[in-house]
Design a binder for this molecule. Structure first.
Ligand code: ADP
Ligand code: ZN
Ligand code: ZN
Length: 729
């Protein structure tokens, strides 16, 4: 037998090995099992993706695999299919894609036997001879007799691998416990739903067991989360589990609290703070059905879940669902595929749906459910645009806004200010010659930070002491240019000395628990000022915030990315949505030098959906996604010429007449420098492809990847392909 093994090598290729000698191996090779193989001069873990009875390869060159690591496949047939589909769709090497679906621990050569849950001692007649250490270990685990589990073992400080000799001698056996059943237990009474909420919840209860895509388009604070809770309750009642994906768990501890308060059932949270070991445990628990509600970020999409009945994607528009490096998949899109394969409904929720999802509503692929009112007794919020032209301002806060803040603070309310730039100032500028502090490794300014003082490049993380004089002209006249959140915080402390200011950005929340601490203070309801980056715009429910201000709307108005207006609109509406979520009406303020900019105008007067309709028409006119389809080849090299040479060669291949059937309708832009042409000392070039037909584009990309795989230069230059890119460069 010849085994085809997928290994994470970055190569679009599988490798053939010989099956193990059946007399030496206790189980049979099967598709989906992990194997340990020698690969070049090292050993690797791979997955069996094919078994053949014949081969054309030179038999003398084939090696047998070293060992079968599993006796049953770790990935369920459903996830296995999803992995294969995703590798194909994203043109990602199969080995890398399938391995990505496994927790990192399982990408190591640990036999499955050793990571199972239940252990049983099956003999009393252990013989040790002179192996004193083994005897001691045996006595230790016998205190747990006759059965024990992995965590008991870990509590004794024993590693499962230490028990391998006992397993080999069959003194110990392992097994998986049976998957557990789902039961509904409600800890807290559910709220009565309003009419709009009832419609979607009842629909989901009706269509269970068939695939359907549902977009819950509900204004901020309209009770989307409440809809999720009800839908989950229906699933539990029917003995089914729910997968709830969120952009970032750390940012919304409230959601977990709400789930735990409502359901006594087992909620399992999978987030980036878990150690590899905890992640493995969680993955196994989920696979065993020991949790009924699985909440997690993007990669939680690959969690095995028996009796999965519903997938929910919260804030479906969020960029965090797209993996931006390596395996560049879109979590939302793969979740839809998973739901389709499992034949279950999926619910996508947002107050600012992505244009992709709205276009799918128009095409009839998704059903849209609107929540048009704020839920319960909450009031709506209104917009006010502050034209910064001719407005006196201090550190980015206009006098008019200062007055509005003061009024809210006098009423004992809270105020939120969003500025999507951390640090003290985006740059340090020389007043004599005008030069700004540049990162030595990137084509970018370095951000000035005060706490602690440093110049910090946010693109490559390079840090250095703050210049004492200008590197160009030696002048000592250096001044911060523009503002970041640190500077706004400082200014707020000066303007409102009697009110606490909480700054929430990546710098202040890096320490574990610090975000929870600040959020707790905000939830206490006492008057305060909150300043922060887009972290503040994400799903928080602050009942006492009555004023939310976007300090600088202009930063992204003129972005060269075609998604710029969409991203800006989402950020503005989400930030605005933090105000007036309870009894007291809220105001959202937008500070801008472009008060009559069409994006701002339509958002303020007609709202997000009107903006989105207009923006979709614009995309249609230029064949841009989601109407047309896009793919982006990146190349980077220490030398700009090399990066460009590879993409130039590729663009010539595209013009080959043999490809005409696939390229007739193709638009090609580039090769051109990426927006940041040099990052971390690499020169970056890109080639953008746009095509009205998805199938033809996919076929073309497959051929181009094959050509690149055979091209010698492609081996020396880092290149990658981003399908459905969310960021252009
Ligand atoms: P969203 O997820 O759309 O931002 P939430 O579900 O967080 O909205 O709801 C906002 C607030 O309204 C919460 O305090 C929630 O408890 C409350 N709420 C939601 N639905 C209802 C309802 N049907 N009746 C009363 N209050 C509700
Ligand atoms: Zn200078
Ligand atoms: Zn840099």
């Amino acid at each position: 037998m010849y085994l085809q093994i997928a290994i994470a090598t970055g190569l679009r290729q599988e490798f053939t090995y010989l099956a193990p000698d059946p007399s030496k191996s206790s189980h049979q090779p099967k598709i989906g099992l992990r194997v340990r193989v020698s690969f070049g001069r090292s050993e690797r873990v791979g997955l069996i993706v094919g078994i053949k009875q014949t081969t054309d390869l030179d038999l003398s060159k084939l090696k047998p695999i070293i060992e079968l690591l599993d006796d049953t496949p770790l990935l369920s047939p459903e996830l296995w299919q999803l992995g294969i589909w995703a590798a194909d769709y994203y043109q990602h090497p199969l080995g890398d894609a399938l391995m990505h679906l496994l927790p990192a621990k399982l990408r190591q050569p640990i036999p499955n036997q050793l990571i199972q849950f239940n252990w049983k001692i099956s003999t009393v007649e252990a013989e040790f001879g002179r192996a004193k250490k083994q005897q001691a270990l045996w006595q230790q685990i016998n205190t747990l007799a006759p059965e024990f589990n992995l965590s008991q073992l870990q509590n004794m400080g024993i590693k499962p691998s230490q028990l391998k000799p006992f397993l080999d001698k069959l003194w110990l056996t392992t097994s998986y416990p049976k998957s557990q059943e789902v039961t509904l237990k409600l800890a807290q009474k559910a709220l009565d739903l309003n009419l709009e909420q009832v419609q979607i919840v009842e629909h989901l209860a009706r269509v269970k067991g068939t695939f359907s895509c549902n977009l819950l388009n509900g204004v901020t604070g309209s009770g989307k989360t409440e809809v999720y809770l009800h839908a989950i309750a229906h699933q539990l009642q029917a003995g089914k589990r729910t997968l709830l994906l969120v952009p970032e768990i750390g940012l919304t501890p409230q959601l977990l609290q709400r789930l735990q308060a409502r359901f006594d059932n087992r909620v399992l949270a999978l987030h980036s703070g878990l150690t590899e070991h905890q992640r493995l445990n969680a993955w196994q628990q989920a696979g065993l059905g020991q949790a009924d509600i699985i909440v997690g970020t993007r990669s939680a999409l690959f969690t095995p879940i028996p009796q999965l009945g519903l997938i929910i994607i919260d804030e479906e528009h969020d960029q965090a669902y797209k993996q931006q490096e390596g395996f560049r998949y879109h979590g939302r899109d793969l979740a839809i595929k998973r739901a389709a394969d499992a034949n279950i409904p999926i619910l996508l929720g947002s107050a600012t749906p992505s244009l992709e999802s709205l276009a799918n509503v128009t095409r009839g692929r998704f059903t849209q459910w609107l929540l048009t009112q704020r839920a319960g007794s909450a009031n709506s919020q209104s917009y006010q645009v502050i034209d910064l032209r001719n407005q006196p301002q201090q550190a980015g806060i206009s006098e008019q806004l200062q007055g509005m803040i003061q009024i809210q603070l006098d009423l004992d309310h809270q105020v939120l200010l969003m500025l999507n730039r951390r640090g003290f100032a985006p740059s340090l500028q020389c007043q004599t010659c005008g030069a700004t502090a540049q990162c030595p490794a990137c084509d970018a300014n370095m951000t000035l930070h005060r706490r602690p003082p440093r110049l910090h490049c946010h693109h490559c993380e390079h840090q250095q002491p703050v210049h004492l004089h200008c590197p160009q002209c030696q002048s000592h006249q250096l001044k911060p240019l523009g503002q970041g959140t640190e500077r706004t915080e400082e200014q707020l402390n000066t303007l409102f000395p009697n009110t606490p200011v909480h700054r929430i950005d990546r710098d202040t929340t890096r320490k574990k628990g610090s975000l929870d601490n600040m959020l707790e203070q905000v939830h206490s309801g006492a008057p305060c000022l909150l300043v922060g980056t887009q972290m503040l715009a994400k799903g928080h429910h602050f009942p006492n915030v009555t004023l939310a201000a976007i300090l600088d709307a202009d930063a992204s108005l003129f972005s060269s990315d075609f998604r710029g207006p969409e991203k800006l609109a989402q950020l503005l509406v989400q930030t605005a949505g933090r105000a007036g979520r309870d009894q007291i009406p809220g105001t959202a303020v937008i500070q801008t030098y472009q008060a009559d900019h069409p994006t701002i105008e339509i958002l303020v007067t007609q709202g997000y959906n009107a903006f989105a309709t207009q923006e979709l028409t614009r995309r249609q006119q230029s064949g841009l996604p989601p109407v047309g389809h896009m793919a982006l080849f990146h190349a980077q090299a220490k030398n700009a010429t090399q990066a460009f040479a590879l993409l130039n060669w590729l663009s010539q291949q595209i013009q080959n007449p043999a490809l005409t059937p696939l390229t007739k309708a193709l638009l090609m832009f580039g090769p051109m420098p990426a927006f940041m042409a040099r990052k971390a000392n690499y020169y970056r070039a890109q080639l953008q492809l746009q095509h009205p037909n998805r199938k033809q584009l996919q076929q073309l990309l497959l051929q181009l990847c094959n050509l690149l795989d055979q091209h010698p230069a492609a081996r020396k230059i880092r290149w990658s392909l981003d399908i459905d890119p969310q960021e252009l460069g």
